[in-house]
Design a protein around this ligand. Structure first.
Ligand SMILES: NC(=O)c1ccc[n+]([C@@H]2O[C@H](COP(=O)([O-])OP(=O)(O)OC[C@H]3O[C@@H](n4cnc5c(N)ncnc54)[C@H](O)[C@@H]3O)[C@@H](O)[C@H]2O)c1
Ligand SMILES: [Zn+2]
Length: 370
C-alpha cells in the first residue's frame, strides 16, 4: 500500500487522469462520509439531488445526506424504481420533473447513490439537465465500484436495445464505500467478483492471488479484503480509460470474457444469468480457447475454473445450443467481416486481442461449457 493516494490509512485515492476531466476515485470502508470534505464541490453548488433506489435509500441515504449537509449542500433524496427494467426514458422523464419542481439549477449537483442502473440513469440525467450539471458517482454494488461508475458512460435502455440513448459525462468524483458491499445480496456480490477477476487476467495478477487466498471472505463481503481488490480493479479501469483517450484499443481488453458472456446473456434472456456470472463462463471459454490456440500458458483454464469455483460462480452447466451461441457471436456488432474477435489472456496480467479463430475451435470450447 503506497503512502501516496492513501487518505489517513483508511481511504485510497485513485486518480483518473483524463484530459480536461481529472477526477479521483475514493475507495475504502467508510468512504461515504468523505463526501463531506474530499469531493471538490463547485462553488456554484447549493443543492444536491441524491438519486437512488428505495433499497439503497433505506440503507445509506441518511449517511449520504448527512455528509452532503456537512459540505453545506441543501439535499433532497429522489428515489427511482429499481432494476434494469426501470432504466428507461419513462423513469428519466419522471426524474426530470422532480428536478424541475425543486428546482435543481445549472450550478447544482446530482449524486448517484446505488448500483450501475442508478449510476447510468442519474449520470445521464445529469449530463442533460440544464445542458449538463455535475455528477458524483457513489456506487454501492461491486460491479458498479469496479466498472460502471468509472469512465463516464451513462444512458438508458430502449425496448430496441440496452444503452441505446446515452452520453459520456465524466463525474466530479467517484466515492466507492466498500462497507456498503456487506448488504448486497450474496449473488450480486459473487457476480461482481467475476468482473473483478477479469481485471486480474487482463492487467493485475495480484487481484487473482487475493481472490484465491480469501474466497470465502470475499463472498461474505468482508470490507477488509474487498477494499484492496476494489482499489486494484479501479486502478486498472482508470488506467485503461485514461490511456484509451489517446491510444485507441486498450479499452477492448476490458471485454475479456465478455464476447461469449454477452452472447450467453442475450440467448439465455437478460436476467437469467447475472452479468458477472455470464462473464465467468466467458472467461472459462476464453482461457480454453487460448490454450487450444497456443496463445495462453498451460494451466490457465484450470486456474480460471478453480478460482471461479472458489467464488461459487458458474464454470459449466450451460444449457444453450452452441450453434445458436455462434450465431449470436457472429451477429455481435464487434464481430468483423472475417469472424469473431476474441480477447485472450497469455498469462495472468497480460491480455491481447487476437485474429478471429476458426469456427471449429470456438465450437469445441462452447460445447465444453455444457
Ligand atoms: N456505465 C458503464 O460503463 C457500465 C458498465 C457496466 C455496467 N453498466 C450498467 O450497470 C447496470 C448493472 O449494475 P449493477 O450490477 O450494479 O446492478 P443494479 O444497479 O441493478 O443493482 C443490483 C441490485 O442491488 C441493489 N443494491 C445496490 N446496492 C446495494 C447495497 N449496497 N446493498 C443492498 N442492495 C443494493 C439494487 O437496488 C439492485 O436491486 C446495467 O444497467 C449495466 O448496463 C454500466
Ligand atoms: Zn462487464
Amino acid at each position: 500500500m503506497s503512502a501516496a493516494g492513501d487518505l489517513g490509512g483508511r481511504l485510497h485515492r485513485v486518480p483518473v487522469p483524463l484530459e480536461g476531466a481529472f477526477y479521483d476515485v475514493l475507495v475504502g470502508a467508510g468512504a461515504l462520509d468523505a463526501l463531506a470534505d474530499e469531493v471538490p464541490w463547485p462553488a456554484t453548488a447549493s443543492r444536491a439531488a441524491v438519486v437512488t433506489s428505495a433499497t439503497v435509500a433505506t440503507l445509506y441515504a441518511d449517511r449520504a445526506q448527512a455528509a452532503l449537509e456537512r459540505a453545506g449542500l441543501d439535499v433532497r433524496v429522489l428515489t427511482v424504481p429499481d432494476g434494469e427494467e426501470a432504466k428507461t426514458l419513462d423513469t428519466l422523464g419522471a426524474l426530470y420533473h422532480r428536478l424541475a419542481a425543486w428546482p435543481l439549477r445549472r450550478g447544482d449537483v446530482v449524486v448517484a447513490l446505488g448500483g450501475g442502473v442508478v449510476g447510468d440513469l442519474a449520470g445521464f440525467a445529469a449530463s442533460t439537465w440544464n445542458r449538463g450539471v455535475a455528477v458524483v458517482q457513489v456506487p454501492t454494488t461491486l460491479l458498479a465500484q469496479v466498472d460502471a461508475a468509472i469512465g463516464g458512460k451513462t444512458g438508458v435502455n430502449l425496448a430496441e436495445g440496452k444503452n441505446l440513448v446515452g452520453a459520456f459525462h465524466q463525474p466530479l468524483a467517484v466515492v466507492a464505500d466498500t462497507s456498503t458491499l456487506a448488504t448486497l445480496p450474496d449473488r450480486e456480490r459473487r457476480a461482481g467478483l467475476g468482473e473483478a477477476a477479469k481485471y486480474g487476467f487482463i492487467a493485475d495478477p495480484e487481484v487473482l492471488r487475493l481472490l484465491e487466498a480469501r474466497p470465502d471472505a470475499m463472498v461474505a463481503g468482508d470490507p477488509g479484503v474487498l477494499t484492496e481488490v476494489v482499489r486494484r480493479c479501479v486502478a486498472v479501469k482508470a488506467r485503461v480509460v485514461a490511456a484509451d483517450e489517446r491510444e485507441a484499443g486498450e479499452r477492448a481488453l476490458l471485454n475479456y470474457g465478455h464476447t461469449v458472456g454477452h452472447a450467453i446473456e442475450a440467448l439465455a434472456g437478460y436476467g437469467t444469468y447475472r452479468h458477472g456470472e455470464a462473464v465467468a463462463l466467458g472467461m472459462v471459454a476464453a482461457a480454453r480457447l487460448g490454450e487450444r490456440l497456443g496463445v495462453s500458458e498451460d494451466g490457465l483454464a484450470a486456474r480460471t475454473v478453480a478460482l471461479l469455483e472458489g467464488l461459487r460462480l458458474p464454470t459449466g452447466g450451460l444449457r444453450l445450443d452452441p450453434a445458436r451461441l455462434w450465431d449470436v457471436l457472429a451477429r455481435d456488432k464487434k464481430a468483423g467481416a472475417g469472424g469473431v474477435r476474441f480477447v485472450l489472456c497469455r498469462r495472468p496480467g497480460d491480455a491481447v486481442v487476437v485474429d478471429p479463430p476458426a469456427r471449429a475451435d470456438v465450437d469445441a470450447v462452447l460445447r465444453g461449457l455444457a
